[in-house]
Design a protein around this ligand. Structure first.
Ligand code: BG6
Ligand code: MG
Length: 218
């Protein structure tokens, strides 16, 4: 039987939390007097908390002392945690369970590959934590996407070579990380934004189990 390694990003792929990251960053930027557009937000998707704040400060052409930087990161995360506090299974994105269930039926191992340090807590809230064979998140990596580290660790834990891994990603940085890891990249979102991906779908409702089966058998 063919075995492939399926690796899922979390925010904006499994759950609809990308919007909460956006709201929390926007508030922080605006409080600092820095404009923050949805287009700029695309550049923060998949990017670590530290890098995100660095980019926002760059856009505002400003710098802050290290202690303030740490405070701002904590502030952003506290705001974000307020949004996700009441999360439950309803926030799993449409047809994600269809794909996860199919992979289970086909006995294909799958992992999480997320930049977020909140990933495990979120998976628990939406009751998916037991489903993943391996979870690699922001606490496990030293290099942020677009570096392939997070996906390479996941592949190792799944015991599948990178060339046989398939990554689902909603961010440009994540698609680049998957490509850099020599994996098949599947972009979830807009074609114009995710054009570097091997395949692009608007969301999981567009992904058929027949397509997943083809990937397994390739
Ligand atoms: C990624 C998100 O999954 O995780 C980013 O796309 C976020 O928006 C990053 O900044 C880090 O997440 P956290 O939860 O550790 O701040
Ligand atoms: Mg994402």
């Amino acid at each position: 039987m063919n075995k492939k390694g399926f690796i899922f990003d979390l925010d904006g792929v499994i759950v609809d939390t990308a919007k909460y990251h956006f709201l929390a960053w926007k508030k922080l930027a605006n409080d600092l007097g820095i404009d923050f557009s949805e287009k700029q937000n695309e550049e923060l998707k998949g990017v670590s908390r530290v890098k995100s704040l660095e980019k926002i400060l760059d856009w505002g052409k400003t710098t802050v002392p290290e202690a303030v930087f740490t405070e701002l990161m904590a502030k952003k995360n506290n705001d974000y945690l307020k949004y996700i506090e009441k999360m439950d299974q309803d926030e799993i994105l449409a047809d994600v369970p269809k794909v996860l269930d199919f992979l289970k039926d086909e006995q294909q191992p799958f992992a999480l590959g997320s930049a977020s340090k909140n990933a495990r807590a979120i998976l628990e809230k939406v009751a998916l934590i037991e489903d993943f064979k391996s979870i690699v998140d922001g606490t496990d990596v030293s290099k942020a996407k677009p570096d392939p580290e997070v996906f390479l660790i996941a592949a190792k834990e799944l015991k599948i070579v990178p060339e046989n891994c398939i990554v689902f990603e909603d961010s440009v940085a994540g698609v680049q990380a998957a490509n850099a890891a020599n994996m098949i990249s599947i972009g979830i979102g807009e074609k114009e934004t995710l054009k570097e991906a091997d395949y692009i779908f608007k969301d999981f409702t567009e992904i058929s189990t027949a397509f997943i089966k083809e990937l397994i058998e390739k």
